[in-house]
Design a protein around this ligand. Structure first.
Ligand code: PLP
Length: 388
Protein backbone atom coordinates (compact mmCIF):
# COMPACT_ATOMS: atom_id res chain seq x y z
CA UNK A 1 0.00 0.00 0.00
CA UNK A 2 1.26 3.44 -0.91
CA UNK A 3 1.94 5.84 1.94
CA UNK A 4 0.92 9.44 1.45
CA UNK A 5 2.79 12.35 2.93
CA UNK A 6 0.42 14.87 4.48
CA UNK A 7 3.32 16.67 6.17
CA UNK A 8 4.46 18.15 2.87
CA UNK A 9 3.97 21.92 2.74
CA UNK A 10 2.68 22.87 -0.70
CA UNK A 11 2.83 26.56 -1.56
CA UNK A 12 -0.66 27.59 -2.65
CA UNK A 13 0.05 31.28 -3.09
CA UNK A 14 -0.36 32.59 -6.60
CA UNK A 15 -2.69 29.74 -7.64
CA UNK A 16 -5.83 31.90 -7.45
CA UNK A 17 -6.69 30.07 -4.26
CA UNK A 18 -9.80 31.48 -2.62
CA UNK A 19 -8.31 30.52 0.73
CA UNK A 20 -4.75 31.82 0.28
CA UNK A 21 -4.87 34.53 -2.34
CA UNK A 22 -7.29 36.84 -0.54
CA UNK A 23 -4.28 38.55 0.99
CA UNK A 24 -0.76 39.26 -0.21
CA UNK A 25 0.55 39.96 3.29
CA UNK A 26 3.68 37.93 3.82
CA UNK A 27 2.67 36.60 7.23
CA UNK A 28 -0.86 35.66 6.12
CA UNK A 29 -1.91 32.25 7.44
CA UNK A 30 -5.39 31.16 6.37
CA UNK A 31 -7.19 28.53 8.43
CA UNK A 32 -10.66 29.48 7.32
CA UNK A 33 -12.69 28.30 4.27
CA UNK A 34 -13.23 24.51 4.07
CA UNK A 35 -10.60 23.32 1.68
CA UNK A 36 -7.41 21.49 2.54
CA UNK A 37 -3.75 22.36 2.06
CA UNK A 38 -2.94 18.80 0.96
CA UNK A 39 -2.49 17.62 -2.61
CA UNK A 40 -5.30 15.37 -3.66
CA UNK A 41 -5.07 11.62 -4.26
CA UNK A 42 -2.30 11.01 -6.85
CA UNK A 43 -4.62 8.74 -8.85
CA UNK A 44 -6.99 11.72 -9.35
CA UNK A 45 -4.06 13.81 -10.59
CA UNK A 46 -3.04 11.03 -13.01
CA UNK A 47 -6.52 10.69 -14.45
CA UNK A 48 -6.83 14.45 -14.82
CA UNK A 49 -3.44 14.63 -16.54
CA UNK A 50 -4.57 12.02 -19.05
CA UNK A 51 -7.75 13.97 -19.66
CA UNK A 52 -5.82 17.23 -20.09
CA UNK A 53 -3.44 15.55 -22.55
CA UNK A 54 -6.38 14.84 -24.84
CA UNK A 55 -6.65 18.56 -25.39
CA UNK A 56 -10.35 18.89 -26.23
CA UNK A 57 -12.64 20.11 -23.49
CA UNK A 58 -16.07 20.33 -25.06
CA UNK A 59 -19.45 19.85 -23.39
CA UNK A 60 -19.44 16.80 -21.21
CA UNK A 61 -21.76 13.80 -21.05
CA UNK A 62 -21.81 11.77 -17.85
CA UNK A 63 -21.04 8.10 -18.60
CA UNK A 64 -22.50 5.00 -16.99
CA UNK A 65 -19.19 4.37 -15.24
CA UNK A 66 -19.77 7.60 -13.28
CA UNK A 67 -23.04 6.30 -11.84
CA UNK A 68 -21.43 2.93 -11.13
CA UNK A 69 -18.63 4.66 -9.20
CA UNK A 70 -21.15 6.53 -7.01
CA UNK A 71 -23.43 3.56 -6.32
CA UNK A 72 -20.53 1.14 -5.66
CA UNK A 73 -18.86 3.57 -3.32
CA UNK A 74 -21.95 4.16 -1.19
CA UNK A 75 -22.96 0.54 -0.97
CA UNK A 76 -19.50 -0.78 -0.10
CA UNK A 77 -18.36 2.00 2.13
CA UNK A 78 -21.58 3.18 3.72
CA UNK A 79 -23.91 0.25 3.29
CA UNK A 80 -26.43 2.30 1.35
CA UNK A 81 -27.68 0.83 -1.89
CA UNK A 82 -28.95 3.52 -4.22
CA UNK A 83 -30.18 3.06 -7.76
CA UNK A 84 -28.39 4.97 -10.45
CA UNK A 85 -31.70 6.37 -11.73
CA UNK A 86 -32.02 8.25 -8.42
CA UNK A 87 -28.92 10.35 -9.07
CA UNK A 88 -28.91 13.87 -10.48
CA UNK A 89 -25.48 15.35 -11.05
CA UNK A 90 -24.83 19.06 -10.65
CA UNK A 91 -22.06 21.56 -10.12
CA UNK A 92 -22.04 21.73 -6.31
CA UNK A 93 -23.89 21.03 -3.11
CA UNK A 94 -24.91 24.66 -2.62
CA UNK A 95 -26.49 24.88 -6.12
CA UNK A 96 -28.14 21.52 -5.33
CA UNK A 97 -29.63 22.77 -2.06
CA UNK A 98 -30.85 25.95 -3.67
CA UNK A 99 -32.60 24.05 -6.48
CA UNK A 100 -34.19 21.58 -4.05
CA UNK A 101 -35.56 24.45 -1.95
CA UNK A 102 -36.92 26.03 -5.12
CA UNK A 103 -38.63 22.76 -6.09
CA UNK A 104 -40.06 21.95 -2.66
CA UNK A 105 -41.25 25.29 -1.28
CA UNK A 106 -43.50 28.22 -2.01
CA UNK A 107 -42.62 31.83 -1.27
CA UNK A 108 -42.95 32.53 2.46
CA UNK A 109 -42.43 28.93 3.58
CA UNK A 110 -40.20 28.24 6.54
CA UNK A 111 -37.08 26.10 6.23
CA UNK A 112 -35.63 24.50 9.35
CA UNK A 113 -31.90 24.50 10.05
CA UNK A 114 -29.93 23.48 13.13
CA UNK A 115 -27.82 26.43 14.19
CA UNK A 116 -24.96 27.14 14.40
CA UNK A 117 -24.72 25.83 10.84
CA UNK A 118 -22.99 26.27 7.47
CA UNK A 119 -23.70 29.85 6.43
CA UNK A 120 -24.74 29.20 2.80
CA UNK A 121 -27.90 27.49 4.05
CA UNK A 122 -29.18 30.90 5.13
CA UNK A 123 -28.61 32.51 1.75
CA UNK A 124 -30.06 29.56 -0.19
CA UNK A 125 -33.23 29.78 1.92
CA UNK A 126 -33.58 33.55 1.63
CA UNK A 127 -32.72 33.65 -2.08
CA UNK A 128 -35.66 31.33 -2.68
CA UNK A 129 -38.05 33.66 -0.86
CA UNK A 130 -38.29 31.49 2.26
CA UNK A 131 -37.75 32.16 5.94
CA UNK A 132 -34.99 30.61 8.06
CA UNK A 133 -36.34 28.77 11.09
CA UNK A 134 -33.66 27.88 13.65
CA UNK A 135 -33.68 24.73 15.73
CA UNK A 136 -30.83 25.82 17.99
CA UNK A 137 -28.47 23.02 18.92
CA UNK A 138 -27.77 22.73 22.65
CA UNK A 139 -24.14 23.30 23.64
CA UNK A 140 -23.35 21.16 26.64
CA UNK A 141 -20.25 19.41 28.02
CA UNK A 142 -18.13 20.51 25.09
CA UNK A 143 -20.43 19.15 22.42
CA UNK A 144 -23.81 19.72 20.80
CA UNK A 145 -27.08 17.86 21.02
CA UNK A 146 -30.44 18.33 19.36
CA UNK A 147 -33.35 20.02 21.11
CA UNK A 148 -35.96 17.55 19.88
CA UNK A 149 -38.88 19.27 21.66
CA UNK A 150 -38.10 22.48 19.84
CA UNK A 151 -37.63 20.60 16.55
CA UNK A 152 -40.99 18.90 16.96
CA UNK A 153 -42.71 22.16 17.72
CA UNK A 154 -41.13 24.00 14.76
CA UNK A 155 -41.73 21.13 12.35
CA UNK A 156 -45.42 21.26 13.34
CA UNK A 157 -45.73 24.85 12.10
CA UNK A 158 -47.84 24.49 8.91
CA UNK A 159 -45.53 26.93 7.14
CA UNK A 160 -42.51 24.66 7.70
CA UNK A 161 -42.10 22.56 4.55
CA UNK A 162 -38.38 21.74 4.40
CA UNK A 163 -35.53 20.98 6.80
CA UNK A 164 -31.86 21.11 5.87
CA UNK A 165 -29.92 18.51 7.80
CA UNK A 166 -26.14 18.80 7.94
CA UNK A 167 -24.76 15.27 8.45
CA UNK A 168 -21.94 15.37 9.62
CA UNK A 169 -22.49 18.82 11.01
CA UNK A 170 -20.42 21.87 10.11
CA UNK A 171 -19.40 23.58 12.42
CA UNK A 172 -20.69 21.67 15.47
CA UNK A 173 -18.45 18.70 14.58
CA UNK A 174 -21.17 16.13 15.23
CA UNK A 175 -21.61 12.94 13.25
CA UNK A 176 -25.26 12.31 13.99
CA UNK A 177 -26.00 8.87 15.38
CA UNK A 178 -28.49 6.55 13.81
CA UNK A 179 -30.89 7.14 16.73
CA UNK A 180 -30.72 10.89 16.31
CA UNK A 181 -31.34 10.56 12.57
CA UNK A 182 -34.28 8.24 13.18
CA UNK A 183 -35.88 10.84 15.47
CA UNK A 184 -35.30 13.64 12.97
CA UNK A 185 -36.69 11.48 10.17
CA UNK A 186 -39.79 10.56 12.14
CA UNK A 187 -40.54 14.12 13.21
CA UNK A 188 -40.25 15.29 9.61
CA UNK A 189 -42.40 12.47 8.26
CA UNK A 190 -45.08 13.10 10.87
CA UNK A 191 -45.21 16.79 9.98
CA UNK A 192 -44.82 16.46 6.23
CA UNK A 193 -41.48 18.27 6.25
CA UNK A 194 -39.17 17.30 3.39
CA UNK A 195 -35.52 16.75 4.35
CA UNK A 196 -32.50 17.93 2.40
CA UNK A 197 -29.57 15.96 3.81
CA UNK A 198 -26.28 17.74 3.10
CA UNK A 199 -23.78 14.89 3.50
CA UNK A 200 -20.80 16.57 1.86
CA UNK A 201 -18.59 15.84 4.91
CA UNK A 202 -19.56 12.17 5.11
CA UNK A 203 -16.09 10.77 4.43
CA UNK A 204 -14.45 12.85 7.15
CA UNK A 205 -15.18 10.92 10.29
CA UNK A 206 -13.01 10.52 13.38
CA UNK A 207 -12.26 7.14 15.05
CA UNK A 208 -15.11 5.81 17.14
CA UNK A 209 -17.80 7.45 15.04
CA UNK A 210 -19.76 6.26 12.06
CA UNK A 211 -21.59 8.17 9.36
CA UNK A 212 -25.10 6.90 8.68
CA UNK A 213 -26.60 8.01 5.37
CA UNK A 214 -29.91 9.60 6.33
CA UNK A 215 -31.67 7.95 3.40
CA UNK A 216 -30.52 4.49 4.47
CA UNK A 217 -32.61 4.50 7.64
CA UNK A 218 -35.97 3.33 6.30
CA UNK A 219 -37.94 3.25 3.04
CA UNK A 220 -40.26 5.98 4.37
CA UNK A 221 -37.36 8.28 5.21
CA UNK A 222 -35.72 7.51 1.86
CA UNK A 223 -38.93 8.57 0.15
CA UNK A 224 -38.99 11.88 2.03
CA UNK A 225 -35.49 13.17 1.40
CA UNK A 226 -32.91 14.39 -1.08
CA UNK A 227 -29.31 13.58 -0.24
CA UNK A 228 -26.50 15.82 -1.46
CA UNK A 229 -23.03 14.34 -1.67
CA UNK A 230 -19.72 15.12 -3.32
CA UNK A 231 -16.13 13.92 -3.10
CA UNK A 232 -15.09 17.59 -3.05
CA UNK A 233 -14.39 18.06 0.69
CA UNK A 234 -12.68 14.76 1.38
CA UNK A 235 -10.53 14.75 -1.76
CA UNK A 236 -9.89 18.49 -1.89
CA UNK A 237 -11.40 18.98 -5.35
CA UNK A 238 -14.00 21.68 -4.61
CA UNK A 239 -12.73 23.72 -7.55
CA UNK A 240 -13.74 20.95 -9.95
CA UNK A 241 -17.41 21.53 -9.14
CA UNK A 242 -19.07 18.18 -9.09
CA UNK A 243 -21.84 16.93 -6.79
CA UNK A 244 -24.79 14.57 -6.76
CA UNK A 245 -28.34 14.67 -5.50
CA UNK A 246 -29.97 11.33 -4.75
CA UNK A 247 -33.75 11.19 -4.67
CA UNK A 248 -35.67 7.92 -4.68
CA UNK A 249 -39.14 9.43 -5.07
CA UNK A 250 -39.83 9.82 -8.82
CA UNK A 251 -42.20 12.72 -8.56
CA UNK A 252 -39.91 14.74 -6.31
CA UNK A 253 -36.86 13.89 -8.42
CA UNK A 254 -38.59 15.20 -11.54
CA UNK A 255 -39.41 18.46 -9.78
CA UNK A 256 -35.83 18.88 -8.55
CA UNK A 257 -34.45 18.00 -11.96
CA UNK A 258 -36.61 20.75 -13.41
CA UNK A 259 -35.31 23.25 -10.82
CA UNK A 260 -31.71 22.23 -11.57
CA UNK A 261 -32.41 23.02 -15.22
CA UNK A 262 -34.22 26.29 -14.51
CA UNK A 263 -31.29 27.40 -12.34
CA UNK A 264 -28.96 26.31 -15.17
CA UNK A 265 -26.76 24.19 -12.94
CA UNK A 266 -27.34 21.00 -14.94
CA UNK A 267 -23.94 20.91 -16.64
CA UNK A 268 -20.71 19.57 -15.25
CA UNK A 269 -17.18 19.74 -16.58
CA UNK A 270 -14.90 16.96 -17.86
CA UNK A 271 -12.49 17.24 -14.92
CA UNK A 272 -15.15 16.87 -12.25
CA UNK A 273 -16.52 13.77 -13.96
CA UNK A 274 -13.06 12.21 -14.20
CA UNK A 275 -12.01 13.15 -10.67
CA UNK A 276 -15.13 11.80 -9.04
CA UNK A 277 -14.60 8.38 -10.60
CA UNK A 278 -10.96 8.32 -9.51
CA UNK A 279 -11.93 9.37 -5.96
CA UNK A 280 -14.67 6.78 -5.54
CA UNK A 281 -12.26 3.89 -6.04
CA UNK A 282 -10.20 1.48 -3.94
CA UNK A 283 -7.25 3.89 -4.22
CA UNK A 284 -9.51 6.65 -2.95
CA UNK A 285 -10.55 4.53 0.04
CA UNK A 286 -6.91 3.86 1.00
CA UNK A 287 -5.99 7.51 0.69
CA UNK A 288 -8.97 8.55 2.81
CA UNK A 289 -8.01 6.19 5.57
CA UNK A 290 -4.60 7.85 5.82
CA UNK A 291 -6.08 11.32 5.50
CA UNK A 292 -8.56 10.72 8.33
CA UNK A 293 -5.78 9.32 10.55
CA UNK A 294 -3.71 12.45 9.86
CA UNK A 295 -6.64 14.76 10.55
CA UNK A 296 -7.37 12.97 13.80
CA UNK A 297 -3.76 13.43 14.90
CA UNK A 298 -4.05 17.10 14.00
CA UNK A 299 -7.15 17.32 16.15
CA UNK A 300 -5.35 15.64 19.07
CA UNK A 301 -2.41 17.98 18.59
CA UNK A 302 -4.76 20.99 18.72
CA UNK A 303 -6.50 19.66 21.86
CA UNK A 304 -3.17 19.14 23.58
CA UNK A 305 -2.04 22.63 22.62
CA UNK A 306 -5.18 24.19 24.06
CA UNK A 307 -5.06 22.06 27.21
CA UNK A 308 -1.42 22.96 27.89
CA UNK A 309 -1.46 26.57 26.81
CA UNK A 310 -4.98 27.93 26.69
CA UNK A 311 -7.20 25.77 28.93
CA UNK A 312 -9.65 28.65 29.26
CA UNK A 313 -10.67 28.03 25.60
CA UNK A 314 -12.73 24.80 25.47
CA UNK A 315 -12.41 22.87 22.22
CA UNK A 316 -15.67 21.33 20.98
CA UNK A 317 -15.49 17.58 20.43
CA UNK A 318 -14.72 16.76 16.81
CA UNK A 319 -16.51 13.67 15.55
CA UNK A 320 -16.35 14.57 11.87
CA UNK A 321 -15.20 17.26 9.38
CA UNK A 322 -11.84 19.01 9.73
CA UNK A 323 -13.39 22.16 11.18
CA UNK A 324 -12.79 22.70 14.87
CA UNK A 325 -15.14 24.91 16.87
CA UNK A 326 -13.45 26.66 19.76
CA UNK A 327 -15.24 28.43 22.59
CA UNK A 328 -13.66 31.86 23.10
CA UNK A 329 -16.29 33.21 25.50
CA UNK A 330 -13.58 33.89 28.08
CA UNK A 331 -12.49 36.88 26.00
CA UNK A 332 -15.94 38.49 26.27
CA UNK A 333 -15.60 39.78 22.73
CA UNK A 334 -17.82 39.03 19.71
CA UNK A 335 -16.11 36.56 17.38
CA UNK A 336 -16.15 38.89 14.36
CA UNK A 337 -14.16 41.43 16.36
CA UNK A 338 -11.83 38.71 17.63
CA UNK A 339 -11.21 37.38 14.11
CA UNK A 340 -10.51 40.76 12.64
CA UNK A 341 -8.02 41.51 15.45
CA UNK A 342 -6.38 38.10 14.97
CA UNK A 343 -5.96 38.81 11.28
CA UNK A 344 -4.60 42.28 11.94
CA UNK A 345 -2.21 41.33 14.73
CA UNK A 346 -1.09 37.84 13.71
CA UNK A 347 -2.05 37.40 10.04
CA UNK A 348 -4.13 34.42 11.14
CA UNK A 349 -7.43 34.11 9.29
CA UNK A 350 -10.13 32.07 11.07
CA UNK A 351 -13.88 32.03 10.54
CA UNK A 352 -15.90 33.99 13.05
CA UNK A 353 -18.65 31.97 14.69
CA UNK A 354 -21.25 34.65 13.96
CA UNK A 355 -21.24 33.55 10.31
CA UNK A 356 -23.06 30.41 11.36
CA UNK A 357 -25.83 32.08 13.35
CA UNK A 358 -26.10 34.30 16.38
CA UNK A 359 -25.25 31.45 18.76
CA UNK A 360 -21.78 31.37 17.22
CA UNK A 361 -20.94 34.74 18.76
CA UNK A 362 -18.41 33.28 21.23
CA UNK A 363 -16.77 30.80 18.84
CA UNK A 364 -14.18 30.63 16.11
CA UNK A 365 -13.89 27.89 13.49
CA UNK A 366 -10.40 26.57 12.79
CA UNK A 367 -9.68 24.55 9.65
CA UNK A 368 -7.11 21.92 10.67
CA UNK A 369 -6.69 20.31 7.21
CA UNK A 370 -3.08 21.41 6.81
CA UNK A 371 0.38 19.97 7.49
CA UNK A 372 1.04 19.64 11.21
CA UNK A 373 3.80 22.25 11.19
CA UNK A 374 1.35 24.79 9.72
CA UNK A 375 -1.26 23.88 12.31
CA UNK A 376 1.22 24.42 15.13
CA UNK A 377 2.22 27.77 13.67
CA UNK A 378 -1.45 28.81 13.57
CA UNK A 379 -2.04 27.73 17.14
CA UNK A 380 1.05 29.57 18.28
CA UNK A 381 -0.24 32.73 16.62
CA UNK A 382 -3.59 32.32 18.33
CA UNK A 383 -1.76 32.03 21.64
CA UNK A 384 0.40 35.07 20.86
CA UNK A 385 -2.73 37.10 20.24
CA UNK A 386 -4.41 35.96 23.45
CA UNK A 387 -1.38 36.27 25.68
CA UNK A 388 -0.11 39.66 24.53
C1 PLP B 1 -22.03 21.63 4.87
C2 PLP B 1 -21.51 22.15 3.56
N1 PLP B 1 -22.28 22.07 2.46
C3 PLP B 1 -21.84 22.53 1.27
C4 PLP B 1 -20.59 23.09 1.13
C5 PLP B 1 -20.13 23.62 -0.20
O1 PLP B 1 -20.50 22.77 -1.21
P1 PLP B 1 -20.17 23.08 -2.75
O2 PLP B 1 -18.80 23.65 -2.82
O3 PLP B 1 -20.28 21.74 -3.40
O4 PLP B 1 -21.23 24.00 -3.23
C6 PLP B 1 -19.77 23.20 2.26
C7 PLP B 1 -18.45 23.84 2.16
O5 PLP B 1 -17.80 24.11 3.10
C8 PLP B 1 -20.23 22.71 3.49
O6 PLP B 1 -19.50 22.77 4.60
Amino acid sequence: METYNFDEIVNRRGTNSYKWDVSDKENFLPMWVADMDFRTLPYIIERLQQRVAHGIFGYTAVPNSYYDAVTNWFVHRHNWLMQKEWIIYTSGVVPAISAIIKAMTQTGDKVLVQTPVYNCFFSSIKNNGCEVLCNELIYEDGTYRIDFDDLEQKAADPKTTVMILCNPHNPAGRVWTRDELVRIGEICLKNDVFVIADEIHCELVMPGHRYTPFASISPEILDNCAVCTSPSKAFNIAGLQIANITIANNKIRRKVDRAININEVCDVNPFGVEALQAAYSSKGAEWLEQLNAYLYDNYLCLCEFFENNLPQFPVTKLEGTYLVWVDCSVLGKPSDELCSELLQAQGLYLNEGTMYGTSGIDFVRINIACPRAVLIEGLQRFKNYVVY
